[in-house]
Write a protein that binds this ligand. Structure first.
Ligand code: UT7
Length: 332
């Protein structure tokens, strides 16, 4: 008998309306559109506005539309995992808020934090629940309101990040498709290069931590860049080798959107031409857990049943990895 696998059977994204352009950033910090585009590939990003508007709002919108599209009643959902580094609150989990808002009364739910690798960690975890045979409908959300932890006086970070969310539905299949393989890594010694200094149990919020801007993303860009280029390229090549896939066999690379130069280096390493690389960094920047599901959503109409996708990410932790997915449906 063939193996029970988790197929992605639906995808939906959500992006907030407000567009923060490079031009607007030029008026906020000492930067230029030319610098941002040439160093990162980013032209604009979306920002979630509104009083008390947290990450869950974007997750709720994405999941609601996904269920509508799939004509699935929320009570059919068994599990919802939300990858995020910007939960609405420290607790309860944003996933709990999403399941409550959509009426997924039979689901258990939790958040998963693996920074920019959050979505691939959550996708592989969700797939394992399906492969166990115990769960039939699992939703994996990647959602981040990065604008809530960005210092808009720091030109090194504020130009990079944006807000957005995406969600996929996983269902069981005995066909040779779905989540075929994954390789995941983490290395906490990388924490020094990319972290949020205060707000956790080590340094709870105080007036001093707020005054020192310690509740924002701290990044040593060049150091992170070097690790990202090497590890995202290596792990993408490794998963292809392990599954005997050549560049001709791969329909698309689905890379985390942190920097166009990191994406290009990864594509080059595995021998993929530009038209086989999913990209939206120019319009959304780095939405952390949102980048990969937003790419899949925007490219959904181009994907065919049987297409081989290499999904890869690198992020804070450090965390990184790659997933080999065989796409399970044709465009509708
Ligand atoms: O997704 C999570 C993982 N994160 C990543 O993968 C991000 C990895 N890192 C990067 O993408 C890049 O390192 C950045 C985009 C963050 C920075 O690009 P870079 O080419 O590494 O620039 P740099 O940090 O080496 O800075 C070069 C120069 C510096 O000036 P000096 O010292 O040469 O005079 C910076 O002060 O560019 C300056 N600079 C800027 N200039 C204009 C830094 N940010 C800006 C800016 N506008 N926004």
């Amino acid at each position: 008998m063939s193996k029970l696998r988790a197929a992605i059977t639906g995808i939906q994204g959500y992006i907030p309306d407000y567009v923060l352009t490079n031009k607007e950033l030029e008026g906020m910090v000492d930067t230029t559109d030319e610098w941002i585009v040439s160093r990162t590939g980013i032209r604009e990003r979306r920002i979630l506005k509104g009083k008390d508007a947290g990450t869950s709002i974007m997750g709720i919108e994405a999941v609601k539309k996904l269920l509508e599209k799939k004509q699935i009643h929320p009570s059919e959902i068994d599990l919802l995992i939300c990858a995020t580094v910007t939960p609405d609150m420290v607790f309860p989990a944003t996933a709990n808020l999403i399941t409550d808002a959509i009426g997924a009364v039979n689901a258990f739910s939790y958040d998963l934090n693996a920074a920019c690798s959050g979505f691939i960690y959550a996708l592989s975890t969700g797939a394992a629940f399906i492969e166990s045979g115990k769960y039939k409908k699992v939703i994996v959300v990647g959602a981040d309101k990065m604008s809530s932890i960005i210092d808009y006086t720091d030109r090194a970070t504020c130009i990079i990040f944006g807000d957005g969310a995406g969600a996929v539905l996983l269902e069981p299949t005995y066909e040779e498709e779905g989540v075929m393989d994954y390789i995941l890594h983490s290395d906490g010694s990388g924490a020094q290069y990319l972290h949020q200094k205060a707000g956790g149990s080590r340094r709870p919020p105080t007036h001093q931590t707020v005054d020192a801007h310690d509740h924002y993303v701290y990044q040593e860009g060049q150091a992170v860049f070097k690790f990202a280029v090497k590890n995202m390229a290596d792990v993408s090549a490794e998963i292809m080798e392990r599954n005997h896939l050549s560049s001709d066999d791969v329909a698309f690379l689905v890379p985390h959107q942190a920097n166009k130069r990191i994406i290009d280096a990864t594509a080059h390493r595995i021998g993929l031409a530009d038209d086989k690389v999913m990209l939206n960094i120019d319009r959304y920047g780095n939405t952390t857990s949102g980048t990969i599901p937003l790419c899949l959503w925007e490219y959904e109409s181009k994907l065919k049943k049987g297409d081989n996708l290499i999904i890869s990410a690198f992020g804070g932790g450090f965390t990184w990895g790659a997933i080999y997915v065989k796409w399970a449906y044709d465009p509708s």
